[in-house]
Structures are given as C-alpha cells and as structure tokens.
Design a protein around this ligand. Structure first.
Ligand SMILES: N[C@@H](CCC(=O)N[C@@H](CS)C(=O)NCC(=O)O)C(=O)O
Length: 213
C-alpha cells in the first residue's frame, strides 16, 4: 500500500495525491503537518529529515520531495505521465521544473503567502506587487504554450501539467490582478472538470488563513 504523509491543504501534497488518483493507484493519505503536527517525531524525521510534507512510503521505498515522489510514482506505475523515452520526456521534465522553480515561488510562496498566510496589517506590499507583476509575464509564457497544444509539454498530459496545474486553483481563486489569458483559462477550466483535480486540488485553503488576513 502506498502511504503519503501530508495534510490535503498542502500545495506540495496535492499534486502527489492528484497523480495517484489519476493513475487509479490504491493509497492512503495521513494528515501530518500544519495544525496536525507529527513532523517533529524521530520516526517522521527518518522519513523526511527536513520535517516537511509530503513523505511517501511504498514497500521498501521511503522518500521525500514532491517532484521526486511524482517522478517515482509515474515511472514505476506506468508510462503515461512520464515517458521512458528521454527525448519524449525532456519537454515534460523541462516544464515540470519550470512550474516548481519559476511559477510556485510566485503563486505559493509570495502571492498566497501574503494574501492568506499573513495578517493584512503585516502584508509586504512590495513583495506582493512584484510577484503579481512577475506572474503576468510568466503566465503569458504558459498561455502561449497552451495556445499551441492542449497540454503544457505537448499533446498529452504529463507530470508538467500535474506540477503546474496543481498551483492554478490558488492562482485563479486568490483576489489579485491577473492577466486575461484565454488559453490558460481554458486549460484551467478543463482541469476543473477532471474528478481527481476537483477532489484533491480544489481544496479550500480557509483553514490556513492567518487571523486578520
Ligand atoms: N521541496 C519540498 C517542499 C515541502 C514543503 O515546503 N512542504 C510544506 C507544506 S506545502 C511543509 O511541510 N510545511 C510545514 C507543515 O505543513 O507542517 C517538496 O516539494 O516536497
């Protein structure tokens, strides 16, 4: 049985569970992290020395880092989202890294953090404004890509879409000034029609809201 440790409101846990669900893999998710705690025990630190979520156990495999976990799951349990051919896989890998290193810092660690996790009185408006401006530029790149084909890395869904799409619920529901991007909006709309996305990514983040945010 695959076990994922991590609360369902985490932007790093959600893509892992979304992937498991897309692949119809039997798994269980345990509430760990945030208000649930459980990340400081010696036993948990053996799974994840950073004391963060998610962590994964699958038989003899124990690991942390959400993107590595996704690559492990997708390559062990099929070829669908992570092609074994390096040439086919390269664009998916490229956009998957882009989603994590370029999009997530702005959507999650800046805009989401300032608007939801930070009391309004303590909000850092310079950080927020800079991230909003950056997002206008980088989401235009995604929009251009998605105007050429249905998925971020080409004509088939890949881990790039899981890594990127998992951030779009926050991106489209947070109250900030987004660029009007037709292909990106249509892509998000298609994602929201996927049952696994609706169940595991479109999860209310109100429990994470700081008092006064
Ligand atoms: N690079 C790590 C980042 C993990 C991370 O920062 N997780 C956050 C949740 S999104 C966390 O564990 N926060 C502490 C907590 O929830 O207790 C990954 O992708 O797995």
């Amino acid at each position: 049985m695959i076990t994922v440790y991590g609360r369902n409101t985490s932007s790093n846990v959600q893509p892992v569970i979304w992937l498991l669900s897309e692949l119809n893999l039997t798994h269980k998710r345990l509430d760990v992290g945030g208000s649930f705690g459980g990340t400081d025990t010696p036993d948990y630190r053996k799974k994840n020395p950073m004391g963060l979520i998610p962590s994964l156990e699958d038989g003899d495999v124990t690991m942390f880092e959400s993107q590595a976990i996704m690559r492990y799951i997708a390559s062990r349990y099929g070829d669908e989202f992570w092609p074994s051919d390096p040439i086919t896989r390269a664009p998916a890998d490229q956009w998957m890294e882009w989603a994590k290193t370029t999009v997530a810092p702005n959507v999650v660690y800046k805009v989401f953090w300032q608007l939801v996790r930070t009391p309004a009185a303590q909000r850092d408006h310079a950080t927020l404004d800079e991230a909003v401006a950056t997002l206008r530029q980088i989401m235009a790149i995604a929009d251009q890509q998605l105007s050429k084909h249905d998925w971020l890395a080409g004509d088939t869904m890949s881990l790039a879409d899981i890594a990127f799409g998992a951030q779009l619920f926050r991106y489209f529901t947070l109250p900030f000034d987004r660029a009007d991007l037709t292909a990106l909006s249509a892509y998000y709309s298609r994602l929201t029609e996927r049952p696994a996305y609706a169940e595991h990514v479109m999860v209310s983040y109100e429990s994470l809201r700081a008092p006064g945010a």
